[in-house]
Design a protein around this ligand. Structure first.
Ligand code: SF4
Ligand code: SF4
Ligand code: SF4
Ligand code: FES
Length: 648
């Protein structure tokens, strides 16, 4: 440990700590502009300067490591004069005419620093040249005039996301932030994660959907989780007057440490679907508004006789976007009481179901944790383009590649990792089990055997031998390989067994991406049978706020009596007999089990739409009206299938 003194306070910190971190530890605030705790220190803005006894010049505290017996001052005239000078230069360089900037009034670190230094005017006549504004991106506006060249965005794009879209061209005051080789941001390799916007200290990079809708002081912030996929990233929902203003990554979230993908950050901002405003009942072929009481009565009249039948004339389908509490009730009503064997999720029979079946057979889950991914030195990504779904996993992988990690992809067509991979094995998904099994053999074999295995590769499977050999070499050389797999290849069970064996042979960690936010919970509740409505007369669909797939719509068209619990108008409504309006994800709370078995609570961030009911409450009332007794102990039942230990 290192002992030093900052502003007269004794501080003890581990070796390698910076003076800035040591000061923060004892509650001493030092202003910064180019620093972010999750990024490599850069030392560019120099606002964080401090005086160290024995050193003539002021030092940047964000890059200065602590030393034993160091005596540091953060608050004296020399330091404040230096900070004022730095700020003056920054204001002089570009147009920071604050009243016209969307972050002015509290959300701009530059303006805040100027107020802290009691600056009332620009001491030097500004020397601005008008710069362009790049509004080519669907979610982001790049306002070069407000840029202070701090490079936080460049480092976030590279170090957090591994995308390296942003860079600077030219030097000094002429430096310009550019995307790729200088193309408009909207035409660049940007993947719309928004990390650059979240770290930008000024109004240079702004979220175009929330611009001018309220400063941080005007909005309410609710910590919750994104439910757009099974990763379960932590988010902060910013709202004003019960209106969604912006979604930001939660820097404190264990899973994603602040990074989000476009689906988590921006897509909810452009929701255009219309809400279901009232319960509806179909009468004489037309859906008409009804009271909740009448809608329930209609459902009870339809469902009560089926309780006695106890056959498959009724099916229940629930969205994996709904909380575990809702799924648990759904299962009790439709599986335990109607005794239907067609009680499943909107995902149908996907990989998650097969994984759970295999894990059940083995009596244990056999997958790794997301945290293990950060320690891997070789990634094998199979059968899913994780740059489209479960994207944050691809960020974790891409950002480790410049540090020497290797990447092998095995997929049927081009995918977003093609530009990053060291060996891309393209294979017809029908042959994926064959490839996985073939990979395993040379990993276990010696050099001589490898050439024999290569020459034995089935010519009909169209495998590039050079790429295959490279993949084998990379896996063999790795000390900490990690396999990520997903999608929905055919022969799921054989596929997973083959991957499992490969992981054992290569001594690799294994993680499947699964499907929606609560896909794992659904599988644990056995809500994972194939969607087959043959012979079904009545279907109850707890859709929540999910957009139904065309496959689901086509299948349900054949069912004579359809009851839909939905937040939004969708094609399903056009042929439903009863429709119940329910809360969307921002209005409800409940628990989710992510792809690694981590249990998280989603918190409601907005007051619910008047007239809509909570999904869980809707099912509870229905159970009550059908005289069905239900239990609330979902935590007990969720570990029944495979004894997963839920990480809380
Ligand atoms: S949105 Fe993401 S990918 Fe695009 S430039 Fe910003 S950090 Fe890079
Ligand atoms: S755009 Fe923002 S984050 Fe990027 S260099 Fe300019 S001020 Fe810094
Ligand atoms: S990776 Fe999944 S959970 Fe994370 S922000 Fe994207 S959609 Fe949401
Ligand atoms: S915050 Fe230290 S140099 Fe910018």
């Amino acid at each position: 440990m290192i002992n030093l003194t900052i502003d007269g306070k004794k501080v003890e910190v581990p070796e390698g700590t910076t003076v800035l971190e040591a000061a923060q530890k004892v509650g001493i605030e030092i202003p910064t502009l180019c620093h972010h705790p999750d990024l490599t220190p850069y030392g560019g803005c120099r606002l964080c300067v401090v005086e160290v006894e024995g050193i003539d010049t002021l030092q940047t505290s964000c890059t200065l490591p602590v030393n034993n017996d160091m005596v540091v001052h953060t608050d004296n005239e020399k330091i404040h004069n230096a900070r004022k000078f730095i700020l003056t230069m920054l204001f002089n360089e570009r147009n920071h005419f604050c009243p016209y900037c969307q972050v002015s009034g509290g959300d701009c670190s530059l303006q805040n620093a100027a107020y802290a230094e009691e600056m009332t005017h620009w001491p030097i006549m500004p020397d601005w040249k008008p710069l362009s504004v790049d509004a080519s991106h669907p979610f982001i506006v790049l306002e070069h005039n407000r840029c202070i060249l701090c490079r936080l965005c460049v480092r976030a794009c590279g170090e957090m996301i591994g995308n390296f879209t942003l860079a600077f061209e030219d030097r000094g005051g002429r430096s310009m932030l550019v995307a790729d080789q200088g193309v408009p941001l909207g035409e660049s390799s940007c993947i719309s994660c928004g990390a650059c916007v979240q770290v930008c200290p000024t109004g240079a990079l702004i979220d175009r959907w929330s611009a001018y809708q309220g400063l941080t002081t005007d909005v309410e912030k609710t910590k919750t989780i994104c439910i757009n996929c099974s990763v379960g990233c932590g988010i902060e929902v910013l709202s004003r007057d019960n209106r969604l203003v912006r979604i930001e990554g939660d820097w404190d979230a264990e899973i994603n440490h602040g990074v989000l993908c476009d689906a988590g950050r921006f897509h909810p901002m452009v929701e255009e679907r219309k809400r279901v405003l009232t319960p509806m009942i179909r009468k004489n072929g037309k859906l008409r508004a009804a009271t909740w009481e009448n809608a329930y009565s209609e459902i009870v009249v339809n469902l009560k006789p089926l309780l006695k039948n106890k056959d498959d004339s009724i099916a229940g389908v629930i969205s994996t976007r709904l909380p575990a509490e809702t799924m648990h009730l759904f299962k009790q009503i439709f599986t335990s009481n109607f005794n239907s064997s067609i009680v499943t999720t909107t995902e149908e029979d996907t990989l998650t179901a097969t994984i759970s079946k295999l894990a059940e057979k083995e009596g244990m889950p056999f997958e790794a944790k997301l945290a293990d991914l950060h320690k891997a030195d070789c990634f094998i990504v199979l059968s899913e383009d994780i740059t489209k779904d479960h994207q944050v996993i691809s960020f974790f992988i891409k950002r480790l590649l410049p540090c020497g990690a290797k990447l092998i992809t095995i997929n049927s067509s081009s995918d977003g990792l093609d530009n990053f991979t060291h060996a891309a094995i393209k294979v017809n998904l029908k042959n994926i089990n064959y490839i996985v099994n073939q990979l395993r053999k040379p990993i276990a074999a010696n050099k001589e055997k490898l050439s024999a295995i290569l020459s034995d590769l089935d010519k009909t499977k169209d495998i590039e031998k050079g790429v295959f050999e490279e993949a084998v070499k990379l896996i063999k050389a790795a000390t900490n390989p990690f396999i990520v797999y997903g999608g929905n290849p055919t022969n799921n069970e054989d596929f997973i067994t083959a991957i499992w064996k490969l992981a054992k042979t290569a001594n690799a960690n294994l993680l499947s991406t699964k499907g929606g936010a609560n896909s794992f919970a659904a599988a644990q509740f056995h809500l994972d049978v194939p969607l087959d409505f043959n012979g079904v007369n009545t279907a109850y669909i707890a859709l929540g706020d999910e957009e139904p797939s065309q496959i689901l719509i086509n299948k349900l068209k054949e069912v004579p009596n359809l009851i839909v619990q939905s937040s939004y108008i969708s094609p399903l409504i056009t042929f439903a007999n009863v429709v119940l309006p329910v809360h969307n994800w921002l209005e409800q709370s409940g628990h989710y089990i992510n792809l690694e078995g981590k249990m998280q609570k989603a918190n409601s961030a907005l007051t619910a739409l008047e007239g809509a009911h909570c999904n869980t409450k809707t099912l509870k009332i229905l159970a009550d009206k059908l005289n069905i007794k239900v239990s609330d102990d979902w935590k007990k039942d969720i570990t029944d299938r495979v004894a997963i230990s839920l990480i809380e």
